[in-house]
Design a protein around this ligand. Structure first.
Ligand SMILES: NC(=O)c1ccc[n+]([C@@H]2O[C@H](COP(=O)([O-])OP(=O)(O)OC[C@H]3O[C@@H](n4cnc5c(N)ncnc54)[C@H](O)[C@@H]3O)[C@@H](O)[C@H]2O)c1
Length: 410
């Protein structure tokens, strides 16, 4: 992936927030542009190494605003309230920047709009009343966010990465053991016409690798705010198998049980908490404490459960791991919202991926399709669409069953 201009992360965050705020309201856009320009005047005297990237950002920002201005005139008034709320989020960040020794001084802007002025009256106080962020509620924009998707070489992970890229994610870090992930990432970059997909090869159950992926992603693209840990394996066998000849019973291999639990349960949870931890630290750096409803969402996690979490013959280890993920998701959902991160779990039914195809046509025809209302396998793109819905619609929490009406036979 092409290397981007390296910018100080605080400025990258600030720029991101400006962009999000501006997407919501043109009137505020022009006001922000005006203030932004004024703020930059204050940066005279800064070292050139800092000033040049900042000026590039300023120019980029001006271009964005001017382009948006052409097409959005009619939505100004309806969206003004939403933009005001966005600015409330932005303002403490600008203030914290001004406190940083390497940052240009940021003065409180003097502005004409009375409503805008209202927002600035108490820039550091906790919000005293909760006003809906917009008529559409909290929307976690995928556009411009950095995402990590594991198991992204094929199947559902690949489809999720493709969908996130198509929805304008700034970067999608695609993790997989299989080096096919490079081809998948290249295809996404070709389709989208930009260097959005970044392939990384490694084992998701390796803690050092995991931390490095997040470190590298932050350095190259910015803080990771979307995590879809989709890597998974199966090791299917009956829990007790009776040999017809000898009458001897054998137990499900415990090493397989451990392996499936490691990859399908423990690893996804740790990929999620790795992201939550970094968001928590970032909020702390910005002087933010408990997430407040007036703020934007900080991030989202969607785990890949399975219909098998309800029990499925021959899947003792897989079903246990997926059922365990439900508990993990439910607990993180309660804990991570403190830092503004939502968690959910999707339970796909049989989806047309290498994992499901490995069951064989005979098995699918006999045990899957007759019990599936749609009488077909689910397409990975359908699961990806549901995952993106769970990420972007903040009213959705908990579990989503995307099973095409499959119910396991007794
Ligand atoms: N396909 C289905 O019917 C179905 C149904 C319900 C849930 N799921 C779940 O969806 C997720 C994706 O499954 P899929 O059907 O796309 O499977 P898939 O086999 O097509 O893809 C899984 C990917 O994970 C990768 N992977 C496995 N172990 C890894 C590891 N330790 N480190 C890095 N990468 C690893 C594989 O290389 C593979 O590319 C899994 O968690 C699976 O359990 C699938």
């Amino acid at each position: 992936m092409a290397k981007q201009t390296k910018q100080p992360s605080a400025y990258a965050e600030l720029f991101d927030t400006f962009r999000r705020a501006a997407n919501q309201n043109l009137k505020l856009q022009s006001q922000l542009l005006y203030d932004w320009t004024r703020v930059w005047h204050r940066s005279e005297g800064e070292p050139l190494s800092l000033l040049n990237p900042l000026r590039q950002m300023q120019q980029g920002w001006a271009d964005v605003v001017m382009n948006l201005a052409k097409g959005q005139q009619e939505v100004i008034d309806q969206q003004f309230d939403a933009a005001i709320k966005s600015f409330e989020t932005l303002w403490p960040q600008m203030r914290s920047l001004s406190a940083s020794p390497s940052s240009p001084a940021v003065e409180r802007p003097v502005v004409a709009s009375p409503r805008y002025q209202e927002v600035l009256e108490e820039p550091t106080s906790e919000p005293t009343q909760v006003v809906p962020v917009s008529d559409r509620g909290h929307v976690m924009n995928i556009a411009q966010r950095v995402a990590v998707v594991t198991g992204a070489a094929s199947g559902i992970g690949a489809a999720v990465a493709r969908d996130l890229a198509a929805r304008g994610a700034r970067a999608v870090v695609m993790v997989d053991l299989n080096d096919q992930v490079h081809h998948t990432a290249s295809a996404i970059n070709e389709q989208t016409g930009r260097d959005v997909a970044d392939a990384v090869i490694g084992d998701t159950s390796n803690a050092e690798f995991r931390a490095k992926v997040f470190d590298d992603a932050a350095a190259r693209h910015g803080l990771v705010r979307i995590c879809v840990p989709a890597a998974g394996i199966t090791r299917d066998a009956l829990s007790v198998r009776l040999d017809k000849e000898t009458g001897k019973a054998s137990l499900y291999p415990i090493d397989d049980f451990r392996k499936v639990t490691e990859v399908n349960l423990i690893a996804p949870i740790y990929w999620a908490v790795e992201m939550v931890a970094r968001i928590a630290e970032d909020r702390r750096r910005r002087g933010l404490k408990k997430w407040e409803p007036a703020e934007e969402m900080e991030g989202a996690v969607v785990f890949l459960g399975s219909v098998s979490s309800q029990g499925n013959k021959g899947q003792i280890s897989y079903a246990v791991a997926k059922a365990g993920l439900e508990g993990g998701a439910a607990t993180l959902m309660k804990e991570a919202i403190f830092h503004g991160v939502r968690c959910g779990i999707i339970h796909p039914g049989f989806t047309d991926t290498p994992m499901a195809r490995a069951l064989g046509d005979e098995f699918l025809d006999k045990y899957v399709l007759p019990f599936t209302q749609l009488r077909r396998l689910i397409r990975p793109e359908e699961i990806a669409d549901a995952v993106c819905f769970m990420i972007s619609n903040s009213a959705v929490s908990g579990e989503l069953w995307a099973d095409a009406g499959w119910h396991p036979p007794a």
